[in-house]
Design a binder for this molecule. Structure first.
Ligand code: PMP
Length: 461
């Protein structure tokens, strides 16, 4: 077997990778030809690849490395816990201190009466928990017909069969038998792409009222819950118009339907508060958490649940759980991560200092000829690429063609920005400094210029 080390030539690493490693959300044959970019180290907001490039990570990994890379405290927390108790489960009336402490801390941080945590290994698993939990809740309340869950097209809630069905990604539904029954989708509040002649305020109300229509179509007695990200992330960082969430909240209250806020991206400081629900002024019954909970240093997720739901579920045995629910090492790392977010003032900085600085600079990208809108909340933002700002036109080429070209220019300029269709996204580590924000914006601008030139060269605009 080959000795695989950092000193191996990149092409050899890529060949081995393509030979044996199946990548998520990746076209295998394309990757085989092009070769994966291989990341070898990281520190703060900077990645290093196998060619020695220093790359500014404008995506915090997959929206998760909130405290930045290279935090020794997290390594130490993991090491300590590994030595003391590397594993024990939380099934069958057993527990351990890391899970107890983390649940207590999350109950303190979470708004309202969200005081109970069911742990999972990931966001997908947590949303599967939520799907079963809301149905079980209504069953135990004597309303077993309340089974339907309403979600939104273009939402992302995970890749398992349950969470992928909750999500509204049509490309995912087309593979492997999703969605499962009793899950329904309504259109998303994406004013830029779908708002037509309406003002954002009118459009926000119109999209929220689709929820009411769907509830009436299904019958309120058949609807268990509505699930949504406070701000859609993987769908393209879609910040809803201000009228959207108040109207959604009104409708859910009126018909007695639970709200699951998927905080997997929005949680843990991303929007300038501990949770996106606080930023958007919503009061969920359940919040899904993962990613920033441990800043991605170890896999952990969960559901933070209201006292009412926890009590009803607790009156029976919930036949559900994962081997790694509340994994002690992951929980110890998450707890230390929450301490860092708090004591280093990272959430405060996103709200009051570096967050507003990034927002101002990011919105300045609308001066670029390719950029129609730049929307950002806290440290998650997106720009819409367009051939015509006034009409909010889409490119004639298939959606994603231009976004892909732009993303490749970003990579070439040592900046990670992701594209969703023809929107470009940022979600940097929350510890990014003002000087690093300047570098991010400069590199984005250069990449947009190069993308613009390339589009003209290829006759795409
Ligand atoms: N919900 C949201 C909002 C997400 O963005 C993601 C992951 N991108 C998930 C759920 C799924 O989380 P995981 O990949 O940890 O299963």
């Amino acid at each position: 077997m080959a000795q695989i080390t950092n000193s191996m030539p990149t092409a050899e690493m890529q060949a081995l990778d393509a030979a044996h490693h199946m990548h998520p959300f990746t076209h295998g044959a394309d990757l085989g030809k092009k070769g994966a970019r291989i990341i070898t180290r990281a520190d703060g907001v900077w990645l290093t690849d196998s060619e020695g490039h220093r790359i500014l990570d404008g995506m915090a990994g997959l929206w998760c490395v909130n405290v930045g890379y290279g935090r020794q405290e997290l390594v130490d927390a993991a090491t300590r816990q590994m030595s003391e108790l590397p594993f024990y489960n939380t099934f069958f009336q057993t527990s351990h201190l890391p899970a107890i402490k983390l649940a207590e801390r999350l109950a303190q941080l979470a708004p309202g009466d969200l005081n109970h945590v069911f742990f999972a290994g990931s966001g997908s698993e947590a949303n599967d928990t939520n799907l079963r939990m809301v149905r079980t809740y209504w069953e135990l309340k004597g309303q077993p017909s309340k089974k339907a869950v309403i979600s939104r097209w273009n939402a992302y809630h995970g890749s398992s069969v349950g969470s992928g069905s909750l999500g509204g990604m049509k490309g995912m539904h087309a593979q492997g038998g999703m969605p499962i029954p009793d899950i329904h989708h309504i259109d998303q509040p994406n004013w830029w792409a779908e708002g037509g002649d309406m003002s954002p305020e009118e459009f926000g109300l119109a999209r929220a009222r689709l929820l009411e229509e769907k509830i009436l179509e299904l019958g309120p007695e058949n609807v268990a819950a509505f699930i949504a990200e406070p701000v859609q992330g993987a769908g393209g960082v879609i910040i809803p118009p201000e009228t959207y969430w108040p109207e959604i909240s009104r409708i859910l209250k009126e018909y007695g339907i639970l709200l699951i806020a998927d905080e997997v991206i929005c949680g843990f400081g991303r929007t300038g508060n501990w949770f996106g629900s606080q930023t958007m002024g919503i009061e969920p019954d359940i919040m899904t958490i993962a990613k920033g909970l441990s800043s991605g240093y170890l896999p952990i997720g969960g559901s933070i649940v209201s006292s009412e739901i926890a009590q009803v579920i607790g009156d029976a045995e919930f036949n559900h759980g994962y081997t790694y629910s509340g994994h002690p090492v992951a929980a110890a790392v998450a707890l230390e991560n929450l301490r860092i977010l708090d004591e280093d003032g990272i959430v405060d900085a996103v709200r009051d200092r570096t967050g507003p600085y990034l927002q101002k600079k990011f919105k300045g990208l609308t001066e670029h000829p390719l950029v129609g809108e730049a929307t950002i909340v806290g440290m998650m933002g997106s720009i819409a690429l367009t051939p015509d700002k006034d009409s909010r036109a889409a490119f004639e080429a298939e959606s994603g063609t231009v976004g892909y070209i732009c993303r490749e220019r970003c990579f070439a300029n040592d900046l990670v920005m992701r594209h969703v269709g023809d929107r470009m996204i940022i979600s940097p580590p929350l510890v990014i400094s003002e000087a690093e924000i300047d570098t991010l914006i400069e590199r984005a601008w250069t990449s947009l210029d190069e993308c613009h030139a390339e589009l003209k060269r290829q006759g795409l605009m």
